[in-house]
Every structure is written in structure tokens, then in C-alpha cells.
Write a protein of this length. Structure first.
Length: 309
């Protein structure tokens, strides 16, 4: 069974650690041998600039794109995914697709020229914020809980005009509803779970889940242990409640996964890197029809991207 993973921070680790290597699992969770072992057909790679990084933000974004090209795409087993044609050739070929996203638009500094350049460099999805506020919006960790700024709203429109998808994971609740009010295209949450199951602010409330389903977006359940369960250790089975909840909301055709590998330093037991996706697949097959499992691991993501990029 093919798998698509909607979020990882491998590029950020390449940026922060000179020794990180796409072939070596001593630093990275996401390595080529593990993607191959798990039959991952498409991996989304996020550009995320940690606050401590000593470089102007846009320069750091450019450096991230360069690292992505030199250290990941450079491998002949990988192919960048920019459009529907690429999605079609991905299916007929043997390569692994790489989909470039930006997590937090701080470095664009409100200048849409930078966004257009990033589009030309391959960025096809954008999350407006990480947990804090920036010029575009408040993140979920910003106590004042504001939504999008005026320029943030214009930015969403510019993204849609270019063909860049909007990722609402990390965004404040008010920001989520601002996006919902102006977005013309289906938006998605790349790595968030269900708030009613695990009361972490990064998780989605029921009305948010229903809205993503209504607009035809995707919800990527994530493997960050404290977004899955308050009890430790967190087991793969703990994801079942989140899956059932989304299905009960009518989301069978919108449920996907976004691991957050390389963005975490605690893991679900036996789901600690992409190579262990097979453990999730086997667990799911014990409880659900193969047809549903294939939707969640592959088809829902594939169809969403195929239709919307
Ligand atoms: Zn994140």
C-alpha cells in the first residue's frame, strides 16, 4: 500500500545541523531508506525557521530551499511535485514525490514578491503562522487570540491566485475562521488531532473539523504524542479514537496523516520514524476495511493534491 505523509521538519534539521544527512538515521527521522522501506509515495517537507536561527528570515528560507534541492531532491529516487502532471507521473513511475511547504510566513515580511518567488522555487502550501503571532495572523499560542490582519487576508488571496494551498495547523481559532470566510479553495490541516479526544490547543475543535470536511479539505492526524493522548506512553492504538471521531463527523474521505517527524523529540511507541508507518498500517487493517485504510494512508491526500494544485 502506498503512503503519503503530510508534514515533516527534515529541512529544518538540515538547516540547524550540518551533519544531518538524508541517508543517515542518526540525526534525521525522515531518511530515504526509511521512506523506501515504508512505501511512502509522497512526503511533504516543510520549511520552518527556528527563532534562534542567526540569519534574516528570508535568507534562511532561501537556504532551506537550497538544502532541500541539494540534499533531498538531488537524489534520483526523489521527484518534486508542483502540479497535476507531476502527480500523474508520480503514480506511473517509481520515484518518491516531494512536496514543499512553508510553516510560518514571518520571513516573507508582508512582501508578496517573496511569496511569488517561493512559488517559482516550488512552494505549494503555506501555513500562515507557527504558534506565535506574525504580520499575517496570530498563531494558536498567542494569548490574545487574534485572527488574520488585513494584509494576512490579502496574502491568502494571493496564495490562492498563485496556486498555493493554505494549511491551518498552528493557526489561532479566529485565524482559522478568517481563512474559512475568505478561502475559495479547500484548505487543510497538515498536522493536528481532535481536541475533543485530547485537549491540546493545537488540536481541532469539532466545528473546525466539520468546516474542513465541508470545504473538501484534509485533516492530517499527527504523531506528536501529547496531541494524541495525555496518558503515557502513547501507543499507536491511541490514534483510533481520533480516527473514529473524524469518521463520525463524516470525514472518512478527508482523513490523512501528517507525522511531524523531525519536528518532535518524543514519539508514539513503535511509530518513531517513517519506516514504522507499516506498524500503523497493520494496526489499522485490524480494525477497518482495507479500502478505508488505503484512503487514509494514501488516496485522500492524493486526490486532494491532484485536484487542488
Ligand atoms: Zn508544526
Amino acid at each position: 500500500m502506498f503512503i503519503i505523509d503530510g508534514h515533516c521538519d527534515a529541512i529544518s534539521k538540515l538547516l540547524m545541523n550540518q551533519r544531518a544527512d538524508f541517508y543517515d538515521s542518526s540525526i534525521l527521522d525522515v531518511t530515504l531508506p526509511r521512506l523506501q522501506a515504508a512505501n511512502i509515495k509522497l512526503q511533504c517537507f516543510a520549511i520552518y525557521i527556528p527563532r534562534a536561527f542567526s540569519m534574516t528570515e528570508f535568507q534562511a528560507i532561501l537556504m532551506s530551499v537550497d538544502l532541500y534541492e541539494q540534499r533531498i531532491l538531488n537524489d534520483p529516487h526523489m521527484m518534486p511535485i508542483h502540479n497535476q502532471t507531476d502527480m500523474n507521473s508520480l503514480l506511473s513511475g517509481s520515484q518518491i514525490g516531494a512536496f514543499l511547504t512553508l510553516e510560518g510566513v514571518d520571513g516573507i515580511m508582508g512582501n508578496f514578491m517573496y511569496l511569488r518567488i517561493l512559488y517559482r522555487l516550488g512552494v505549494r502550501a503555506v501555513g500562515l503562522t507557527w504558534n506565535h503571532a506574525n504580520w499575517a495572523a496570530d498563531g494558536i499560542g498567542e494569548p490574545r487570540g487574534g485572527g488574520l490582519t488585513i494584509i494576512g487576508k490579502q496574502f491568502v488571496k494571493e496564495c490562492e491566485k498563485l496556486g498555493i494551498l493554505i494549511d491551518v495547523s498552528h493557526l489561532s481559532e479566529a485565524g482559522f475562521w478568517d481563512v474559512a470566510a475568505i478561502a475559495q479553495k479547500p484548505f487543510y490541516a497538515s498536522h493536528s488531532n481532535v481536541f475533543d479526544i485530547c485537549q491540546h490547543p493545537r488540536n481541532l475543535k469539532k466545528d473546525q473539523i466539520l468546516e474542513i470536511i465541508r470545504v473538501g479539505g484534509c485533516i492530517g492526524l499527527t504523531f506528536v504524542p501529547f496531541f494524541v493522548s495525555m496518558n503515557k506512553p502513547v501507543m499507536i492504538q491511541d490514534l483510533l479514537k481520533h480516527i473514529d471521531y473524524i469518521c463520525e463527523c463524516g470525514g472518512t474521505d478527508h482523513l490523512t496523516f501528517g507525522s511531524d517527524f523531525d519536528g518532535i523529540d518524543e514519539w508514539i511507541v513503535e511509530l518513531e520514524h517513517p519506516g514504522q508507518y507499516v506498524n500503523l498500517q497493520n494496526m489499522l487493517l485490524q480494525y477497518y476495511d482495507e479500502e478505508d485504510v488505503e484512503k487514509w494512508l494514501f488516496k485522500n491526500w492524493f486526490q486532494y493534491l491532484h485536484k487542488n494544485i
